[in-house]
Design a protein around this ligand. Structure first.
Ligand code: HGY
Ligand code: MN
Ligand code: MN
Ligand code: MN
Length: 410
């Protein structure tokens, strides 16, 4: 066990302070990306970085990079971080844990007067959640070249506000191109957001990769009509058609057994008036699975199955692909560093594949990457009741510290 210990109390206080940005009545956070609340959290993050002597850069999609110079300027930087944006009714720790723990890593290095060989860069990725603008991992995906920046800029929220105008409004459309720059590796600390570690009694998750996903935007068009006068055979009820598809998504998920994941999480009915038969419904569809082939088959087959499911309703369906990525393995050397740090800590640890998507998934396309998980109570996340123990945050942060320093000094 190295005697270079992070300060768990300071870490927890910083987490609780960050959670005040967008704090909700039920103890969670509402910190939607590129809102004034996200700006306040970003400004707070920047001020803390600058007080620690870090040089902060912002790229064209709002990703923030806080750099600590190393002893050897020829070395590529070791990156670590996560995201400060949250779900509309999110928890205190999803994303924020990785960013605030990164600040604690920097504080501890300053306290100990340590300069690592390689430079370090702490990252706050823009819009990991994809909740406001509909595209998950938007900041890291744009940086990694998965999403063209023109596509990202043109995304709109439910009020029609574009990403580009929202970035400008909060002053975070940075000068640096949102594009890959040479870096050594990336480490991300995140809560598991599921029940596996807690059930296994593990305090650290050594994340070996993340599962495959496919997302669509769906729109069904029927016909607005009077609820009282329109007989059954004259109806083209878009919501009834959407219900067929929601049931189809759930059936397909269950056909894939314990590993199956299928969700319709977003749904908007128009005109959404109680005595009008809905003529338009917009909704999201997503599937996830550890096996890329299973997701590829769903990506291939779902559109025809969905069209068949609504054939009797007289409505039309438009499915627009949003994202599709295969299972992403993380770098064996970086995973080994996480595992070694977890073993040194002496805490129960186990290997795990991430059910959630993370910025590390796209960053791993551009450099060696690995993740560290902490458990979360009842495996609950994307819920205001999300909670972890201070000791779990401390253990995760210590593993992050040890893995990053080991990599930067190798
Ligand atoms: O959807 C996800 O997997 C991530 O938690 N935003
Ligand atoms: Mn997250
Ligand atoms: Mn999330
Ligand atoms: Mn994530």
């Amino acid at each position: 066990m190295s005697n270079q210990r992070i300060d768990g109390v300071r870490l927890w206080d910083s987490l609780m302070a960050m959670a005040r940005h967008g704090a909700t009545q039920k103890g969670g956070v509402r910190r939607l990306t590129l809102t004034t609340i996200d700006k306040a959290a970003r400004d707070d993050f920047r001020a803390q970085c600058e007080s620690l002597g870090l040089a902060v850069r912002v790229d064209a999609i709002g990703n923030m990079f806080a750099r600590r110079e190393g002893r050897d300027p020829s070395r590529l930087p070791v990156l670590f971080g996560s995201h400060l944006d949250s779900q509309p009714s999110g928890g205190k720790f999803d994303g924020a844990l990785g960013v605030v723990a990164g600040l604690e890593v920097m504080r501890t290095l300053n306290d100990l007067g340590i300069t690592t060989e390689a430079p370090l860069e702490l990252v706050n990725w823009t819009d990991e959640e994809g909740s406001r603008f509909g595209l998950s991992l938007m900041g890291s995906g744009t940086w990694a070249g998965v999403y063209p920046i023109e596509r990202s800029y043109a995304l709109t929220d439910i009020e029609g506000v574009t990403v580009e105008s929202a970035l400008k409004d909060i002053g975070y459309q940075g000068a640096e191109p949102a594009a890959p720059f040479p870096a050594d590796s990336y480490f991300e600390l995140h809560i598991e957001q599921g029940p596996i570690l807690e059930r296994a009694g593990a305090r650290i998750g050594i994340v070996t990769g993340a599962q495959a996903q496919v997302w669509w935007d769906a729109r069904i068009t029927g016909q607005d009509a009077h609820a009282g006068t329109t007989p059954p055979d004259a109806r083209r009820d878009a919501l009834v058609a959407a219900a067929q598809i929601i049931t189809l998504v759930d059936r397909l998920m269950r056909e894939h057994g314990e590993d199956g994941r299928g969700t319709v999480g977003f749904l908007k009915v128009e005109p959404n008036s109680r005595n009008v038969i809905p003529g338009e419904v917009a909704f999201s569809v997503e599937f996830r699975h550890p096996d890329s082939a299973a997701i590829a088959a769903l990506a291939r087959d779902f559109p025809a199955l969905a069209a068949e499911a609504i054939a009797a309703t007289g409505c039309t369906l438009t499915l627009t692909p949003v994202l599709h990525y295969d299972a992403q393995p993380f770098d064996a050397e970086c995973v080994a560093l996480v595992e070694a740090a977890a073993r040194r800590l002496g805490q129960p640890a186990r290997r795990i594949v991430s059910g959630a998507g993370h910025d590390a998934v796209y960053v791993a396309r551009r450099m060696p990457a690995a993740m560290i998980f902490t458990p979360c109570k009842d495996g609950l996340s994307h819920n205001e009741a999300e909670s972890i123990e201070p000791e779990e945050a401390e253990a995760g942060c210590q593993v992050l510290f040890d893995a990053v320093v080991a990599r930067a000094n190798r």
